[in-house]
Design a protein around this ligand. Structure first.
Ligand code: HEM
Length: 282
């Protein structure tokens, strides 16, 4: 089952051209939703105004070469390895979700455009396998996040069945991948298979048509924000935050004489602070 193309069987009831038109429509929904989201929240305006403000507060000029190397590091670190997540469980679950989503969406488009027309050849087994494994990876990362990681369950007592608007993205992602797998697994099983197909289409239409209200567009905004953060560290504007002082450094102690007076010349490590204990006292 895993190496067969479910869309080629679907082309017996839904013409290939209709499937292709659906994919194009979803793509346009994502572009439209992202642009409307930016206009509505004025996020692009805020982003560029903030970048300008940071540039004014810069203590040194960042060269074009440095900017290029920071852009490359942003892609290889924050984007490809989700390095912004300090919590390793959240990071690994995000990697499963992100790569699963990308592989699933790309292979869906490839299978539909390349291998559903009457005259086209059978899809290569690895491509159909990628579609199934992409959906599976999205489910592993997503359900792990939903049932075991969602921070609110720990700190605020929000239960797994407590749905809110902010969950639109993850829930529709999960429903899409789950019903896609169930639809493929029940091919040939009559009404049950048709039910899963309808639910799969409903979930994916929800996911792609609600970009304006969901967290979907973070996949485009986060890389820009991560790059901008690197710039503010390099030009030392640091979003107006103070630098990380080493309290044992004599230069720092000369600048802040209260430190040696109250804490001695070798101040102890102040510890983990807020990170000492996970928030689980609800
Ligand atoms: C391409 C598909 C992607 C999918 C399906 C995806 C999915 C998700 C999901 C489900 C969450 C909530 C889970 C959690 O907070 O632990 C999340 C959060 C997050 N994602 Fe992604 N993501 C994608 C791409 C990206 C990219 C490219 C970046 C960064 C460069 C990124 C950065 C983040 C960050 C920093 C959070 C946590 C902060 C927040 O909740 O706003 N994501 N993502």
């Amino acid at each position: 089952m895993i190496t067969s193309n479910p869309f080629s069987e679907l082309s017996a009831i839904i013409p290939s051209a209709i499937m292709q038109a659906y994919v194009v429509l979803m793509f346009l929904f994502v572009i439209g939703g992202t642009v409307l989201d930016m206009i509505h929240k004025k996020s692009a305006k805020y982003f560029f105004e903030n970048a300008k403000k940071a540039e004014k507060a810069a203590k040194r000029t960042v060269s074009g070469g440095e900017k290029m190397s920071m852009a490359i590091s942003t892609v290889t670190s924050e984007v490809l390895t989700s390095s912004e997540f300090a919590n390793p469980r959240r990071r690994v679950s995000h990697l499963f979700t992100m790569y699963g989503f990308i592989v699933f969406v790309a292979s869906t488009a490839w299978l539909i455009f390349g291998y559903t027309a009457a005259e086209s050849a059978a899809a290569p087994g690895w491509l159909s396998a990628a579609w199934h494994l992409g959906a599976l990876s999205l489910c592993i990362g997503g359900y792990w996040f939903w049932f075991f990681i969602r921070v609110d369950v720990n700190s605020e007592g929000v239960k797994w069945y407590d749905l809110r608007m902010a969950d639109l993205f993850i829930v529709s992602c999960l429903m899409m991948a789950t019903f896609a797998l169930l639809w493929s697994a029940t091919l040939g099983a009559g009404n049950l298979n048709m039910l899963f197909l309808v639910l799969f289409i409903l979930a994916s239409t929800t996911l792609f048509s609600t970009v304006m209200w969901s967290k979907f567009a973070h996949m485009f905004f986060k890389p820009a924000a991560a790059y901008q953060k690197r710039i503010t560290r390099a030009d030392e504007s640091r979003e107006n935050l103070p630098p990380d002082f080493d309290l044992t450094d004599p230069a720092v102690q000369a600048k802040f004489p209260d430190i040696p007076e109250y804490m001695g010349t070798n101040p102890p490590n102040m510890g983990l602070g807020i990170k000492r204990e996970a928030p689980n006292h609800y």
